[in-house]
Write a protein that binds this ligand. Structure first.
Ligand code: 3BY
Ligand code: FES
Ligand code: FE
Length: 411
């Protein structure tokens, strides 16, 4: 039986409310199917507009086998291209980020403009037509300070996500923020284990002493159940919405993305050890309301986020292999906040750096145990792991028709 048929069968026979079978977390062929059917087809959060401050600013990213470069063009528009030279395929941009007037391939110096057009190719034949050798475009959209790309030839409509996200995020002015601190963590576990762990707080009390000082471990905060019947939540949404900040829990019909604003514990305003702001200046000049808590957004499979009054923490998940995942965390502050004066980057990042490290260990231990031939999927707690049940259900529902699908894609 080929991997595709086996995966489809395991999805169709899986016990709802239970973890997945071992190969979903370990098998290289299942991983290839995840790449092909999810990562190469869907919208992926990749970085922030504020990381491309001027024309020629670029950063690079690797999605499975695809190197991609994201660049701000001369008109100020953000564009994405396959980072593979149209001559003999070398990577054109070889650094993580930078600024260049043109994109010059290091191999034979074919030179591309910031809109991907080939400008020069030395000593090619007289009939060589540069206009046929532009860098290949990758679909790219920006909203609320976030850049998304999609590697598919015919990407899904981005408009419904933009329509949901923009009103929640625009007041926070992330387009005008700056990245004050950034970390990269490599976790030795499948990308779905990173998500399953993130979508529940059943593990929080015993693992996250720093985060638990300010973040509520209540299941209706992290999860998707009973969110709309909690009087504290309803009062919080009403207060924030009166201050012009959309806050209600909203989720897409297919469960791929959700936004909601949650209060933090007691009088906390930020993820610090004492709950006080980590940055003296508010993140957005447009938001001055008191105790707005955290605006939380997830968008499967790449990102979860917390936007607070003084800073935002954004997370990007990228798969590196069947049992290896990269988590990039960025702390965004007002662009005019001054390091050492308005904030101390280590204090700013402390709680989530500890939390990420605790979660890395959790994911790696989880992966260890799953490799055991004795592993069998156990039941999630319906009360505490509603978010994880929802993630796994989304994954199964998303893959099933694609696996059953048109049969065009083969390993
Ligand atoms: O970042 C998050 O949203 C989740 C919620 C609970 C565990 N983790 C902290
Ligand atoms: Fe890029 Fe030759 S491979 S110039
Ligand atoms: Fe955690």
């Amino acid at each position: 039986m080929d991997a595709r048929t086996r995966m489809l069968e395991l999805i169709r026979t899986r016990k709802p409310g239970h973890a997945l079978e071992q190969p979903f977390y370990t098998d290289p062929d299942f991983y290839k199917l995840d790449l092909e059917l999810i990562w190469y087809r869907d919208w992926l959060f990749i970085g922030h507009d504020c990381e491309l401050p001027k024309p020629g600013s670029f950063f690079t990213v690797q999605i499975g086998d695809y190197p991609v470069v994201i660049v701000r063009d001369r008109e100020g528009k953000i564009q994405a291209f396959h980072n593979s030279c149209r001559h003999r395929g070398s990577r054109v941009c070889t650094t993580a980020k930078g600024t260049q007037a043109r994109l010059v391939c290091p191999y034979h110096q074919w030179t591309y403009d910031l809109d991907g057009k080939l400008l020069f190719a030395r000593q090619m034949a007289d009939d060589f037509d540069p206009s046929s050798y532009s860098l290949k475009p990758v679909a790219c959209e920006a909203t609320g300070g976030y850049i998304f790309i999609c590697l598919a030839d015919q990407p899904a409509d981005f408009a419904p996500f933009r329509a949901m996200m923009a009103p929640y995020f625009n007041p926070h002015r992330l387009t005008e923020a700056k990245v004050a601190f950034e970390t990269t963590t490599v976790e030795k576990g499948n990308w779905k284990l990173v998500w399953e762990n993130n979508r529940e707080c059943y593990h929080c009390a015993s693992n996250h002493p720093e985060l638990c000082k300010t973040f509520p471990e209540a299941p209706n905060v992290t999860g998707v159940n009973d969110v709309e019947s909690d009087p504290e939540m309803i009062a919080h949404w009403a207060k924030c919405e009166a201050a012009g900040l959309p806050s209600h829990f909203r989720i897409s019909p297919d469960g791929q993305y959700r936004a909601t604003r949650t209060p933090l514990l007691r009088d906390s305003v930020s993820y610090t050890m004492n709950g006080k702001a980590a940055v003296k200046r508010n993140l957005s000049d447009q938001v001055n309301a008191d105790r707005i808590g955290s605006l939380m957004l997830y968008h499967y499979p790449t990102t979860w986020n917390h936007v607070l009054i003084d800073h935002a923490v954004t997370f990007r998940v990228l798969p590196l292999g069947p049992e290896e995942t990269m988590l990039t965390t960025k702390w965004l502050v007002h662009k005019d906040a001054v390091e050492g004066v308005d904030y101390d980057p280590h204090e700013l990042a402390h709680v989530w750096m500890e939390t990420n490290e605790q979660d890395r260990r959790i994911v790696e231990e989880n992966a260890f145990g799953i490799r055991s031939p004795s592993y069998e999927p156990g039941p999630y707690s319906e009360l505490h792991e509603g978010g994880t049940i929802q993630f796994v259900q989304w994954y199964a529902d998303f893959l099933e028709p694609r696996l059953a699908g048109d049969g065009k894609t083969r390993l």
